[in-house]
Design a protein around this ligand. Sequence first.
Ligand SMILES: [Zn+2]
Length: 346
Amino acid sequence: MTSSAETLLADFLRYTLASERPASEADARGTCANGARWQWLDDGVLQIEPARAEAATKSVLLSAGIHGDETAPVELLSQHVADIAAGRAALACRLLVVLGNVAAMREARRYLDDDLNRLFGGRHAQAGASAEAPRAAALEMQARRFFAAASDAPHARWHLDMHTAIRASAFEQFALLPYTGAVPSRAMFAWLADARIGCVLIHTEKGTTYSAFTAGTCGATACTLELGKVRPFGQNDLARFANADAAARRLVAGAAPDAHAPPPRVFTVIGQITKQSDAFELHVAADVPNFTPFARGTVLANDGDYRYVVAHDEERIVFPNPSVKPGLRAGLLVVETTDATLGALA
Ligand SMILES: [Zn+2]
């Protein structure tokens, strides 16, 4: 191997941040430990297959850095690649590794023009000259291509999209399950429990996120993971992400999840606060933690004749953001549905 190809696998993050790319077709693929075959497909996009790919029952997409400043999962994923390449981590599935918004990552920014995680499901075609639009299209193409060669068996296709949150949360680590029309799966909840994710939010409408795309279009068992607070590269306390990282490695290694791990609490979206005009007022602190509860009757927002009043005994606010454009969502409201959801898993 050339030294450049060695860096590609040993430090995929550094290789990608340096805008390196293979010098030729022949340099874009190779074989690493235990006969695993790797192929560089695009900036930040790397596929690795075990020596006997036909025996791999699962196809797993692991992504991080869809928001360019969410560095901890990117560092973990890059380390996972290095460990597979060196034979320190097992590989029992077809694996697609995606570092999402590499252009923003190079500038330590969340995004350049548009939030990449709102451009999937074809939404990128309406984004005009946005720097993120071609990246969303490219990542959709790579996901379609990867899963087109995957098994159709139940839960043979996985996508874990790893993020870190901007704001504090009553639950430090939580998962978001995209709406697909299907009941959430026991397989996903077993993985989330294995990762010690304390809380799951279930969407009830179609979204434009990366995981909504892979779930809806590619048939993947998919989620978005919020794993803690944003910090710059090199300043992350990676130990805080150890449980999710270990569970992702078990999934890729074909190991069973811990059957004794406690299940997460579950919250289901029941409404949203919509900004009507520039007169919009949100009556919660700008830095209110995600999943902060409010009691029935609390007025959370008003805008002219519009008011949002808590109608359940308790509703919790998630992702409040009064500075969105009029017409857009300024916050989600969820209620706890743990018993009903865990009792009805498919
Ligand atoms: Zn994010």
